[in-house]
Design a protein around this ligand. Structure first.
Ligand code: TGC
Ligand code: FAD
Length: 389
């Protein structure tokens, strides 16, 4: 299989350090040799490629920005972003797996956990000996998680949890779930272990998007969670939303990988597909589509670079993450659809990656805050007036 050339119209390569490029290229090669050959088959079978998990752990991807003392790679956010970009070039489901493990399971334990919890869980999550999931969304509370009704009640030695979560990535294969529940009307995070009585995680089936990713319900029926499994430093919705910032950052980067794959595929195809005795790439309307794709990829790359710089400098405000998540997800879908159009009927075949990416990106645009939610987060930031109520 040939080396993926990337898309780099503005020489962004010059903006990255040698180490960042090395990390990116190692994941790029991994995706080319290990993900692309199997992903379409997994997608068609609606099966997450579990064999990739130990290999991803070996690459040091899980919790890669967290400290070495917890078994993590302690790299910067720029590298993390590049890794997410490369993984999503393979498939959004593979990036989702890594996002959840790192940003939504390891991050909350690191940020809100006790030292004992960090030492117990983080090394095992980094090596993927333990898989995690993140349960915030409920059947009746998606965009508005502040209304969630999963309840925690203090009992002797711990807490009793009751409620249900929905749309939970990795749920059915997770050993632990970070569950957000209301205790005395304030949201807190709990580490629920899969063996706990009353806990189950049935898989949600028959999806048309993210088919190579596991999505599940979480059912909590009088689940006893010991005191030692409550994240001691969470308090309120804000703690859960802080985790989302990490995942949204990864998504803003990830979808650029999907865009690059779709663009390269469409460009190659357009040069070899002949209609009216000419390659379709010579037609003005095809060129306009290719230029639009390149234009949006280039803008998203520059946004992401700046976003990571702000994050690495500890200057990032959460609405800035919303702007990148909102823009890049919206544009990635447009790019995938334009690529599909250029491929004509062939665009719907699994021989090409485009339709799979287009279908995946529908979910990616919805999860981690819909386009509308990010519009309103930005609207509030610039006007000072929240429009949610
Ligand atoms: P609101 O009053 O706006 O906020 C409560 C407090 O939190 C602060 N805050 C944030 N802090 C850090 N990061 C953020 N992103 C924050 N957003 C808000 C806020 O300043 C306030 O602080 P304080 O000190 O004043 O108390 O709360 P609200 O209930 O009005 O929330 C509104 C809204 C829309 C922002 C929020 O609920 C939201 O973001 N909704 C979208 C829900 C969402 O994104 N769900 C994602 C679930 S996880 C998922 O999808 C995983 S996909 C995984 C994969 O497979 O990759
Ligand atoms: P709703 O909130 O019901 O929204 C429906 C529509 O109404 C949307 O277009 C929305 O933008 C719009 N809308 C809502 N409120 C407003 C408003 N005030 N103004 C304007 N428009 C509005 N969640 C987790 O907790 N953990 C996970 O691991 C996870 N993984 C997921 C994996 C997949 C494949 C999917 C699809 C979702 C996942 N989610 C997960 C859930 C995801 O975060 C939610 O689907 C998302 O937050 C939107 O919630 P909803 O689907 O309930 O839509």
């Amino acid at each position: 299989m040939s080396r993926f050339p990337g898309v780099d119209y503005y020489n962004t390569e010059e903006l990255f350090s040698e180490e960042e490029i090395m990390v990116r290229d190692s994941v790029r090669e991994f995706v080319t040799s290990e993900v692309l050959p199997i992903i379409e088959i997994n997608y068609q079978k609606s099966a997450f490629p579990k064999d990739l998990i130990p290999k991803l752990a070996e690459l040091g991807i899980f919790g890669m920005t967290l400290p070495e003392k917890y078994g993590c790679a302690e790299m910067n956010n720029m590298s993390y972003g590049l890794v997410m970009q490369e993984l999503e070039r393979g498939d959004s489901g593979v990036r989702s797996f890594a996002s959840v493990q790192s940003a939504l399971v390891m991050y909350p334990i690191y940020q809100f956990g006790s030292e004992k919890q960090k030492q117990k869980w983080l090394p095992k999550l980094a090596s993927a000996e333990v898989i995690g999931c993140f349960g915030l969304t409920e059947p009746d509370f998606g965009s508005n998680p502040g209304g969630l009704v999963t309840k925690a009640e203090k009992v002797d030695g711990g807490y009793k949890l009751n409620g249900a979560k929905m749309w939970i990535t990795n749920g059915s294969i997770a050993d632990i779930a970070i569950v957000w529940a209301k205790l005395d009307n304030l949201i807190h995070g709990f580490i629920v272990e899969k063996e706990f009585d009353g806990f189950s995680s049935p898989e949600m089936k028959e999806k048309h998007s993210l088919k190579a990713s596991i999505t599940s319900e979480l059912v909590l029926d009088d689940v006893f969670v010991p005191d030692e499994n409550k994240l001691p430093n969470t308090s309120g919705l804000k703690s859960a939303l802080m985790c989302l910032n990490q995942a949204r950052f990864g998504i803003a980067w990830g979808v650029v990988g999907s865009m690059m794959e779709c663009y390269n595929c469409a460009l190659d195809y357009s040069k070899s597909r002949i209609q009216f005795n000419k390659p379709i790439s010579s037609f003005q309307i095809t060129q306009q589509k290719l230029v639009n794709m390149l234009n949006e990829i280039t803008k998203a790359q520059l946004l992401n670079w700046r976003l990571a710089k702000l994050k690495d400098d500890n200057k990032l405000k959460y609405p800035q993450v919303s702007l990148a998540k909102r823009n890049n997800c919206e544009q990635s879908l447009i790019v995938a659809r334009e690529a599909r159009e250029i491929l004509g009927a062939n665009g719907i075949l699994s021989e090409y990656p485009v339709m799979r990416h287009a279908a995946n990106l529908e979910s990616v645009k919805t999860y981690e805050g819909t386009h509308e939610m990010h519009t309103l987060i930005l609207g509030e930031d610039i006007t000072g007036m929240p429009a949610f109520e």
